[in-house]
Design a protein around this ligand. Sequence first.
Ligand code: GLU
Length: 515
Amino acid sequence: MNKQVRVRFAPSPTGPLHIGGVRTALYNYLFAKQKQGSFILRIEDTDQSRWVPGTEEYIREALSWCGIKPDEGVVEGGPHAPYRQSERKEIYAQYAQQLVDAGHAYYAFDTEEALEAMRERLKAGGVAVPQYNAITRMQMQNSLTLTPEEVKTKIEKGEPYVIRLKVPRKEEIRLQDMVRGWVMVHSSTIDDKVVMKSDGMPTYHLANVVDDHLMEITHVIRGEEWLPSAPLHVLLYRFFGWEDSMPAFAHLPLLLKPDGNGKLSKRDAKKHGFPVFPLAWLGPDGEDLMGFREEGYLPEAFINFLALLGWNPGTEQELFSMDELITAFSIERINKAGARFDIQKAHWFNQQYMKNRTDEVLADDLLEFLKKEGIQSTREQAVSVCRLMKERVTFSRELWTNARYFYEPPKQYDEKIVNKKWTEEAATALGAYSTALKRYGDKISAEEAKAVLNNVLDQEGIKVGKVMQALRLAVTGEGGGPDLMDIIEVLGIPETTRRIDEALRVLKDHIKLTQ
Ligand code: GLU
């Protein structure tokens, strides 16, 4: 029987969501939507000591910016609410008790000192990784070594205790991972994990498995760092008698540093000056991280970039909308090897999505920037600037920073071009062009501006190649940019001629020098 697909993204609010986490959420979302299933957001906040205020909100805002909308979750609600684990304490206590009653778990009363002494003892005896396990448990203070009366008395006296899983000594635990294939682990390598802490909170393993079962999760898609925990989870399913409905597992490859050496980290962001978090974050401890959103990435570009970090469509296609990703995505095409982070690729995607935006939509962003700078512009002018600039920018802020000349006359002139192109011939032609334009009126189209220029040059007997760079310099102060005649059209005649005249005045002495 084909079950309704249900997946979950289960972050812990212990810090802002790294892009690796966003990718996990994205793959879960794509898979769910493709299968007409449900995507659930569950907040795993049982480790209160690591809780960082504001991070749950951060996670939700990041997902919403990316267009990843949970079907069930802490805010959305749903049939399995609550979706925040700290609100489900009683449920876990009940299941932990079930494990104890079935003989799969036991109470342990060992103090920190006793645990440390055990580890020291084992180390002295040559054990490299001392563990609380099938062998050592029998030397410790727990419900397997104490009499039921002793256990009862300790609990009644309020002595702190944890519940540990009774991991079998010699058993093979197998699981089939959808990305990695068969994974096999010997139970002797697993210690008797704590499933309930002395504060009455479950540990990750117990809460995670219980919730995945109760929430009817069919596929667990998560980062590779959780692969070592998977055999333990399989064991828990077995102990609970839930093996038949155990979810399928898919562990996603790591995101690697740009040079491919090691896991991508916050430090890489600082070192290379690129973001590794979806949104900027200012932590309660003063931690200040840059975000893709604040750096000017479009969410569609960010998602497209992330989707291809660890998954490939098997075709040459690179640009995918969210809907196209939903159709094309497949767990089989997730790469086993880690995915190298390449910020240049993110730039490329942003450029593509900038180009595809309408001038009208880009103009909204541009007008925002201009407002902040206190610069007046009509919407019509902003739309024209976007039309001319959008193929030449990576981020929308560059519609302003790379195109200031649309709004203010040059404050200085590119010296290299002055030295090379500001000749007497050019100055004469520019003077004549300014005069000719002034006879024309206020507005002029690019074609007309070009025709007027050609006319002037014909009359003066000067070749266009001797003048264009100087004219661009006079109008923009720079040596590059969109078509100059288009710029003149946007600026209009009064502004263009004012700039030409000003350049002729300011650079007058320079002509003499170059002659
Ligand atoms: N709470 C875990 C995390 O923070 C979830 C791991 C899982 O998906 O099982 O990533």
